[in-house]
Design a protein around this ligand. Sequence first.
Ligand code: PGA
Length: 246
Amino acid sequence: MLRPLLVGNWKMNASREANSTLLAALREARGLACDLAVCPPTLFLGDVAAALLGSDVAWGAQDCSAHEPGAYTGETAAVMLKEFGCRYVITGHSERRTMHGETDQLVADKAKIALAHGLIPIVCVGETLSEREAGQTHAVVMRQLSVVIHTLGHCVSQIIVAYEPVWAIGTGLTATPEQAQEVHALLRTQLAAATAAAASMHLLYGGSMKPDNAAALLAQPDINGGLIGGAALKAADFLAIARAAQ
Ligand code: PGA
């Protein structure tokens, strides 16, 4: 079994004061049977790096540019994230796909540049409620992942995939463990056609993962961790999920 990975996606929630309380508690956590990482807003990466240096908690960013440094106002280059000690970068979160018009190809290009700079992309895929109701879940997630596989080739083995049903994000609705496992198994089969390392890749579930539903989700054979939004903002909740991963 892969050691589970729990990644806190703070989204646009943070302040220096709140961060220092949260990070101090995460730093102190001992004896967990999973790995932890946090993805704060980019502006706070320097603070977070300083607070977590020498701890077991890793950090990453919520997005990166698909370009190398240059004239791209407002963007952050993967090479800069690396300089600030990031291990991970989320690409293709549904909020970016929806609110910022990110296409499957742009998401894949971001993953590619992240890998080129030694970051581990956490590539998000997931269907909307109307797509699920129309029976399109498999087609949607496979289409999203296929562009990543095509763009990365055999290097796809180095990424993490997060299945995040859009209808479950921030809504309190969670995919049942069976619904999530079904999609995770599908994604792993798709990855297995592209890389011999598919069995050892981390596939994370995201979408209203909480202390009370985490154990059942994380017990599924193809769910190797979580991408956690709301419940990652409170140390008690995030660590309760971490303990559920034992
Ligand atoms: P949520 O967010 O846990 O608040 O549903 C998950 C995510 O969007 O990554």
